[in-house]
Design a protein around this ligand. Structure first.
Ligand SMILES: [Zn+2]
Length: 125
């Protein structure tokens, strides 16, 4: 690891961060900025961290609830999850020809993924 300084992209604060040795300069800069953002305690950085966490959990929930039996719904929800997080789409419902219903929606703190046929399966953040 080596020590670098990088600017938090949200608040501009200069932070000292550790990055792995031997990276390409571009990758190194990217890693340093990502690390600066991840460790900065500004409010804008915090919001970005929350978004990252919620989206990666939503990604996992979409895969867990839908991928094996409803791959088309999984693909659509993966594409839509950022829009749902940002509130541009509040809720997305897919009604399958087979009668199942998949739903992706914004909740107070995160995103919920559900699939309902006769028994509802729901995971939310
Ligand atoms: Zn910051």
């Amino acid at each position: 690891m080596k020590t670098m300084t990088a600017e938090c992209p949200y608040c501009g604060q200069i932070r000292t961060v550790m990055v792995p040795e031997g990276l390409d300069p571009d990758v190194e800069l990217f890693e340093a900025q990502r690390e600066a953002m991840a460790t900065c305690n500004c409010m804008q950085g915090e919001a970005a961290r929350v978004k990252d966490t919620v989206l990666s959990m939503a990604d996992q929930h979409i895969e867990d609830v839908l991928r094996s039996e409803h791959p088309d719904a999984a693909d659509l929800f993966q594409q839509a999850k950022t829009l749902v997080f940002d509130g541009k789409i509040k809720k997305l419902t897919i009604r399958e020809g087979s009668g199942g219903k998949a739903e992706l929606k914004r909740t107070k703190d995160g995103i919920s993924v559900s699939y309902e046929k006769t028994n509802k399966t729901e995971l939310s953040t």
